[in-house]
Each structure stands twice: as structure tokens, then as C-alpha cells.
Design a protein around this ligand. Structure first.
Ligand code: NAP
Ligand code: HSE
Length: 334
């Protein structure tokens, strides 16, 4: 049995999901993979906030937590600072990282990957895109021999949930958003969801993996769902269509990236994707078209992805090996 010493950053929707998963499935993981998770501390901002911790120790001294003798940092905190500084420091010490932070990976992924590679640490980020769908594992590893021509997807659970309930039940934008916040789907600042930033970050990550080039998220042609009215949704329905926030990467030229609400017809692969479900359609040569569908937001699906990465890191450590992340070349594209 190999014990993995873990620092968990964040104990909100996702962080709590990680603790719960370790609490409920820890024995089963130990039985199947011969590794145990020893959570040495959980970093939060507000120690007074009431929350369930399963007996794990909370701290608001994140630097102190990260300075402890740890094997892996699981990051479920969000934001760019102080997260970037904390993860950079961990990687520089050879501590492996699993993160759910798409904003950080889209903006600083090429740099963090370079730091991880320089210090022979693992940096895994499956949870940053499409939560429970193992799309990064698919693109980064299993489809690595292909040339990816196009990726289309529904990459934001909040907006897909909102559009679904607005169209099906006539809920207002504000009502639908409030439900997403209560369910833990929305970002801490839901502007990231409804204005398309979150989907743009995720698309940038997928495009960077597919092309091997860091794609500047500022190049994403982006439009959120604020402008989609109940009348638009009703008109689409009468035409046999549904409005979806479609994220698309096309490999031509330096890469075309967009996140735009579009009306899709019944023959479109994303027509039947409802609620917080995400879907990714990858067109690649020679595999053809691969479609992945699954839960795209929330505590359980995201903890599943983060812990899948942590289990892999632990199994590697037990064998004395590390899977170093593939570089995204970061020279300017334009
Ligand atoms: P959340 O509920 O707001 O939780 C954030 C946690 O991080 C809280 O425990 C907060 O502490 C802590 N935190 C934030 N800033 C901090 C700081 N500066 N110092 C110390 N602690 C800090 O957010 P979440 O929904 O769990 O999301 C976390 C990350 O996962 C984000 O990167 C998000 O994009 C990503 N993600 C979320 C989902 C989802 O469905 N929610 C899915 C995939 C990925 P307090 O509790 O004390 O405030
Ligand atoms: N706010 C994000 C979403 C969480 O709704 O898709 C999952 O990344």
C-alpha cells in the first residue's frame, strides 16, 4: 500500500466533493489500486464558514500548507492569484498537481506545463474541461496519433442548463441562473458562464492539446447567452430547433476558435444534449468522428475527474515514475 500525502486547495463545491469522494470511496480505491490518500490539510479563505470536513484539518495559511511534506496538491480553489503562485511553487519543488482550474490553464497553462516539465512533476488538468467527461485523456493520449481537424462542443453546464429550462419551462434568465448557483454548477462569478468566458477557456485548452500550440484565449470569438430571449428560444422550438452555446475549434490556418449561441436542428449531434450535460465531438484523421457525452458540472463529476488524476499520480509514484505533461509550444502564433 502506498500512501499519498495530499494538500487540498479549496473546500467549496468541488473541494468538498473531493473530500467526500475520499471519505466514501477511499477504501475501495485502496483495495483496487493499493494507494491511500492522507489529506494533510484543506486550504480555505474563511475558517468560520460552516461546512462538513469529515474530520480533515482546515487552514487559511495556504503557503504553510503547501510547504508541508506533500506528494500532490489538488487544486479546487479557482482564480489566477494566489493560485498560480502556489501551484508554481509546488511544481518547482517536484510536487505533482491536479487542477480543475480552466481559467488558470487557459491563461497560464503553457507556463505551468513548462515548469512541471523542468522539475519532473506531474501536472494534470482533466477536471478543467467538461468535468466528468474524460476528454483530455482522450485527446492528449488515446487520440495523440491523429490530426484533429475540428472540435465542437457544449462545454458549459450552467448555460446549457439555463437554455434547457428557459426553453422547456419558460423560466427567466435570472431564475435559471439562480438554480445553477444553488446546484453548484455556476462559477463563483457567474459572468464567466453566461458571457462565454468559461467555455472559451475550456475550448482554448482542448485546442492547445489538439494543436500542441498554446492557443491564446483572447483569440476566441466569444458571445454569451445574455442576448438569448425567451422569444428566441420559442421561435427556435417552433422551427424544430434548440439554441445551444456552441464552442468550436477548427484547425485551419492558425486555428479558428469561437463560442457562440446557435440554433441547431434535430440532425445536429448536440441537439439532444440537455441540462448540465456536456458533449464534445472530435473530428480527426484517421479515427473519424468521436463523440463524448457526460456530466459537465457539479461536485461529483468534477471530483471524479480530479481524483482520477490524483489516483494516476499516486499509482505512478508507487512505481517511482512520473508522467510529465506534453508541452504546448508557446511562441506567438500571429
Ligand atoms: P467555490 O465553491 O467558490 O469554492 C472555492 C473554494 O476555494 C472555497 O472553499 C474558498 O474558500 C476557496 N478559496 C477561493 N479563493 C481562495 C483564496 N484566495 N484563499 C483561500 N481559499 C480560497 O468554487 P468551486 O465551484 O468549487 O470551483 C473551484 C474550481 O473548480 C474553480 O477553478 C472552478 O472553475 C473549477 N470547476 C468547478 C466546477 C463546478 O461545477 N463547480 C466544475 C469544474 C471545475 P471559502 O470556502 O472559505 O470561501
Ligand atoms: N461553471 C462550469 C460550468 C463548471 O457550468 O460548466 C464546470 O466547469
Amino acid at each position: 500500500m502506498h500512501t499519498l500525502r495530499v494538500a487540498l486547495l479549496g473546500c467549496g463545491t468541488v473541494g468538498h466533493g473531493v473530500l467526500r469522494l475520499i471519505h466514501e470511496n477511499g477504501d475501495s480505491i485502496a483495495q483496487r489500486r493499493s494507494i491511500r490518500f492522507d489529506v494533510v490539510g484543506v486550504g480555505v479563505r474563511d475558517l468560520a464558514k460552516p461546512r462538513q470536513t469529515y474530520g480533515y484539518k482546515l487552514t487559511d495559511d495556504l503557503s504553510g500548507l503547501m510547504a508541508q511534506d506533500i506528494d500532490v496538491a489538488i487544486e479546487a480553489m479557482g482564480g489566477v492569484e494566489p493560485t498560480l503562485r502556489l501551484l508554481e511553487g509546488a511544481l518547482e519543488r517536484g510536487v505533482s498537481v491536479a487542477t480543475a482550474n480552466k481559467e488558470l490553464m487557459a491563461k497560464h497553462g503553457a507556463h505551468l506545463i513548462a515548469v512541471a516539465r523542468a522539475h519532473r512533476a506531474e501536472l494534470r488538468y482533466e477536471a478543467s474541461v467538461a468535468a466528468g467527461i474524460p476528454v483530455i485523456a482522450a485527446l492528449d493520449r488515446q487520440l495523440a496519433a491523429n490530426r484533429v481537424a475540428r472540435i465542437q462542443g457544449i462545454l458549459n453546464g450552467t448555460t446549457n442548463y439555463m437554455l434547457s429550462r428557459m426553453a422547456d419551462e419558460g423560466l427567466s434568465f435570472d431564475q435559471a441562473l439562480q438554480i445553477c448557483q444553488e446546484l453548484g454548477y455556476a462559477e463563483a462569478d457567474p459572468t464567466a458562464d453566461v458571457d462565454g468566458f468559461d467555455a472559451a477557456y475550456k475550448l482554448t485548452i482542448l485546442a492547445s492539446i489538439a494543436s500542441g500550440h498554446w492557443q491564446d484565449w483572447n483569440r476566441v470569438q466569444r458571445q454569451g447567452i445574455r442576448g438569448v430571449s425567451l422569444q428566441d428560444l420559442d421561435r427556435a422550438k417552433r422551427n424544430g430547433q434548440r439554441i445551444r452555446l456552441l464552442a468550436e475549434y477548427r484547425a485551419e490556418g492558425h486555428g479558428h476558435l469561437s463560442v457562440i449561441p446557435v440554433a441547431v436542428s434535430a440532425d445536429h449531434p448536440l441537439f439532444g444534449v440537455h441540462g448540465s450535460t456536456n458533449a464534445v465531438v472530435i473530428d480527426a484523421e484517421p479515427v473519424g468522428t468521436v463523440t463524448l457525452v457526460g456530466p459537465g458540472a457539479g461536485a461529483g463529476p468534477t471530483a471524479s475527474a480530479l481524483m482520477g488524476d490524483a489516483v494516476e499520480i499516486g499509482c505512478n509514484l508507487a512505481l517511482g515514475i512520473r508522467t510529465i505533461p506534453h508541452a504546448w509550444r508557446s511562441e506567438a502564433i500571429e
